[in-house]
Design a protein around this ligand. Sequence first.
Ligand code: 13P
Length: 254
Amino acid sequence: MRRYIVAGNWKMHTTLTEATDLATGLRERISGYSDIERVLIPPYPWILPVRDAIAGTDIHIGAQNCYTEPSGAFTGEVSAEMLSAHCSYIIVGHSERRHTIGETNDLIASKVSAVLRAGPRVILCVGETLEEREAGRAERVVSEQVKSALAGRSEQDLDRVVIAYEPVWAIGTGVAASAADAQEMCAFVRSLVDDLFSNYVAGSLRVQYGGSVKGSNSEELLSQPDIDGALVGGASLDADEFAAIVRSASAQVN
Ligand code: 13P
């Protein structure tokens, strides 16, 4: 049985006070849900204060990005090794980094290698744009993203990878993919991993859906057979909303 994973990507939001208040509110609301893996992914400077606010719970901390190299003259970058002191997960390949910052599949593959080398787990984000979907290219784009990031890895590496299917057109728009479309693409991601590795690896892989997940749609999305969690943006900044999503995940297993 795959363990659900609900992660909140805070992106470049929150002041220090907002971040610690949010973490404290989440501590009260979600620390009891140990059946679900819960991950808070604040901006880099708030990692330590958020970690302190949830100390003593089994809520994990993650990071939103990392650099490829372990250390060196790379002004402004942060390595996976540095993050590994506090973070159990590192997001790689988020659509905002692919499309706003211009990260390529090759760079993203190097970052996956960096995270695996350093020790944390990877949340690898994949997903097509609206234009690609309308042109009937969604599967081809997602397939290239998954293959370029994962081909040639070991089966043990895959134990430490979660894939988040986040269609770009659903991110921050308030309009999530339908449960049927999300299920179809998450199943497709799993089938790619089956082709690249094995039935066993594909069956163990956790695939999250991301894109306008909120308390009101999480139950339907998380009840799909190939959706093992959510990567939540906007709704993760509201403790009640994020807690509702965690409860929806918990309802699937209880
Ligand atoms: P929203 O939940 O705000 O659509 O963002 C999704 C996302 O990008 C999470 O990584």
